[in-house]
Design a protein around this ligand. Structure first.
Ligand code: PLP
Length: 378
């Protein structure tokens, strides 16, 4: 394809930083670059502690362990999300309860959460789709009244805010992804954000195989040993070095992506005004990060036709999640509570257009031109 859907971000300093790790023989986890990345996240978001992880999937698994999720518990989330949001809790024996999304943001409908709560409910997992924040005030209020954990899937939300607060720093735990498809990348990687001090020590132990090795390295205990169940959730410092080269340029990357987003929006607005397509909606209280630019076609058939048309013109678009409740595993491990008014219908007509750091205006304009051609818009 001449115009790809995604090109992993690269800023130029990555090789130099990775070489430094190799030269200094600091290639395992929790080296200097991991410390710098953690600090960057803490400064940017205001959380008590950020811990770089091997993926957002693993950060979510850590959150499930910290929240003490166990067999028979229920966890509420949208069905329109990535499998990892659900897997982390299913692995602990919990049942996943899906509620419908809002058609405007594709985020969980906060007004449907309360009626899905039972005595078994332990957590709510809002997913900030496309880096656009969920209605967090309402969600936090529900969680407080029912004594539930709020675990934010902010995989797509780095550098985005809700009412001025960083996504991932609002709930008890927040999870970032630094997969190569995300705004900032380390190939495979993520981070766990801990809003308060309460779970910091436990999180550090869980991430280091359930040991107090970190305290040992700090000279706080004489020898390290097995403290509680845990796993290996810390990435190599070489991956952190790659990431740090991008976090240093986060403003530039963010502005570059936002300019593409705005250019798409303005160029496609006439099609929306003619009622041919729909464009993304960003609520007033949210500042997004241009993680993706999507349009909505009339229906599934029209979207499939547009995918074919763009691909025949050397442009690679992407549809997105098949709702989890209708998947093979979803039928076993989950339950959709309430009516599926929007989840399936909206997911079938959503199409993501090429979006990445350093996408050129020429390429973007060509994508727009082909979309207009498909709709015979002149
Ligand atoms: C990318 C993504 C994940 C998984 O991230 P990894 O770092 O690949 O584990 C989870 N949830 C959402 C919403 C995502 O977009």
């Amino acid at each position: 394809m001449r115009i790809n859907f995604n090109v992993p971000p690269f800023t130029g300093k990555e090789y130099e930083y990775i070489k430094e790790c190799v030269d200094n023989q600091k290639i395992c986890g929790d080296g200097p670059y991991t410390a710098k990345a953690n600090e960057w996240i803490e400064n940017k978001t205001g959380v008590k502690k950020a811990l770089l992880t091997t993926s957002c999937t693993h950060a979510t698994e850590m959150a499930a362990l910290l929240a003490g999720i166990k067999e028979g518990d229920e966890v509420i989330m949208p069905s329109y999300t990535f499998v990892s949001t659900a897997n982390a809790f299913v692995l602990r024996g919990a049942k996943v309860i899906f509620v419908d999304i809002r058609p405007d943001t594709m985020n969980i409908d906060e007004n449907l959460i309360e009626q899905a709560i039972t005595t078994k409910t332990r957590a709510i997992v809002p997913v900030h789709y496309a880096g656009v924040g969920c209605e967090m005030d309402t969600i936090l209020d529900i969680a407080k009244r029912h004594n539930l954990f709020v675990i934010e899937d902010a995989a797509q939300g780095v550098m985005a805010t809700y009412k001025g607060k960083a996504l991932g720093a609002i709930g008890d735990f927040g999870n970032y992804s630094f997969h190569e498809t995300k705004n900032y990348s380390m190939g495979e990687g993520g981070a766990l954000l801990l809003r308060d001090e309460t779970y910091v020590d436990d999180a550090i132990i869980i991430r280091e195989k359930g040991t107090n090795r970190t305290l040992y390295k700090l000279g706080k205990v004489d020898k390290y040993s097995w403290i509680q169940p845990g796993s290996s959730y810390l990435p190599s410092d070489m991956n952190a070095a790659y990431l740090y080269a991008q976090l240093e340029k986060a403003e530039e990357i963010n502005n570059d992506r936002l300019s593409h987003w705005n250019r798409y929006y303005e160029a496609l607005l006439p099609l929306k005004e003619k009622g041919l397509i729909e464009l993304p909606i960003v609520p007033e209280e949210c500042v997004h990060n241009a993680h993706m630019f999507y349009i909505k076609c009339k229906d599934f058939e029209e979207r499939q036709g547009l995918i074919k048309y763009l691909m025949s013109n050397d442009i690679l678009p992407a549809s997105h999640y098949v709702p989890l409740h209708s998947s093979k595993a979803g039928l076993i491990y989950s339950e959709f509570r309430g009516e599926d008014r929007y989840t399936t219908r909206e997911s079938e007509r959503l199409l993501r257009l090429p979006m990445y750091y350093k996408l050129t205006d020429e390429d973007l304009d060509e994508v727009v031109m082909r979309v207009k051609e498909y709709y015979r818009f002149t």
